[in-house]
Design a protein around this ligand. Structure first.
Ligand SMILES: Nc1ncnc2c1ncn2[C@@H]1O[C@H](COP(=O)(O)OP(=O)(O)O)[C@@H](O)[C@H]1O
Ligand SMILES: [Mg+2]
Length: 243
């Protein structure tokens, strides 16, 4: 693999986030290095989606930082986060059902200069060539797997430095998940730092270099994915052990 100039990391430090008036994330620290897949595991309600929404600018933290180098993103608006090269795929993102695949992808690049938008569309279609023949199909006519491809393609069309994917395989058949995985690997190999949230811990741990386990809004494990693969008892929640 060719060496990629380091784009550093997206570093989250002691992040505190409430929902309503209840604290949900407590002092969460986590690093998403460039060029790697990092996984964030944890049972339902742990706060994984809250973390993703906060990085994306949809929720405001009450403490802590989210940084890329010297750039502070905590509390920034979604546009600023996107502008910093961070693409967020929230859990259960939907497409615009009556629009074609092409137009759904165009929506994702509307604020980019035309040449970059074209290049972004080409990059997305290079990663998901099967979307080419569906390009004029309305999103509502796509299979669940194709829809998830378009959702990922929307995020990738901006050639993000960091991409956060919340629940990659939710509702998808295993064969579809198998198809999506090499794309994440390819994306990481180009230097993008990927944070993968995935209900099937074994799928995520097979891909990731580093892993975090979040429970009750606190990081309960941080280390290598290999260590968690070899010591599954470290995934102490019954939910994860069953996955
Ligand atoms: N819209 C919301 N309003 C208030 N509380 C919420 C909302 N969404 C989630 N929560 C609460 O925040 C906590 C973390 O949820 P979430 O981040 O969705 O966890 P996960 O993605 O790990 O399943 C849970 O206790 C959940 O009930
Ligand atoms: Mg969630």
């Amino acid at each position: 693999m060719t060496a990629i100039p380091s784009a550093g990391a997206l570093t989250i430090t002691e992040l505190a986030v409430p929902r309503g008036d209840r604290p949900v994330l407590h002092q969460v620290s986590l690093e998403i290095p460039a060029g790697e897949i990092t996984t964030l595991l944890g049972p339902n309600g742990a706060g994984k989606s809250t973390l993703v929404l906060t990085v994306g600018g949809a929720l405001k933290p009450t403490g802590g930082s989210i940084r890329i180098g010297d750039l502070e993103l905590a509390g920034s608006k979604p546009d600023k986060v996107r502008g910093a090269g961070v693409a967020v795929v929230p859990e259960g993102r939907r497409l615009l059902p009556s629009l074609s695949v092409r137009d759904n992808l165009k929506v994702a690049t509307y604020n980019m200069p035309a040449s970059e938008a074209d290049a972004g569309l080409a990059y997305a279609l290079e990663l998901f060539p099967e979307l080419e023949k569906r390009i004029d199909t309305s999103a509502r006519s796509l299979s669940g797997g194709e829809q998830q491809m378009v959702v990922l393609a929307q995020a990738l069309a901006s050639k993000p430095r960091f991409m956060l994917v919340d629940e990659l395989s939710l509702g998808l058949a295993p064969v579809v998940v198998k198809r999506l995985i090499p794309v994440l690997e390819q994306v990481a190999a180009t230097g993008t730092g990927v944070l993968l949230i995935e209900q099937f811990a074994h799928v995520a741990l097979a891909l990731a270099t580093r892993a975090y386990v979040l429970e009750g809004g606190r990081v309960q494990y941080s280390g290598t994915a290999a260590e968690l693969r070899e010591n599954p008892e470290l995934l102490h929640s019954a939910y994860l052990l069953g996955a």
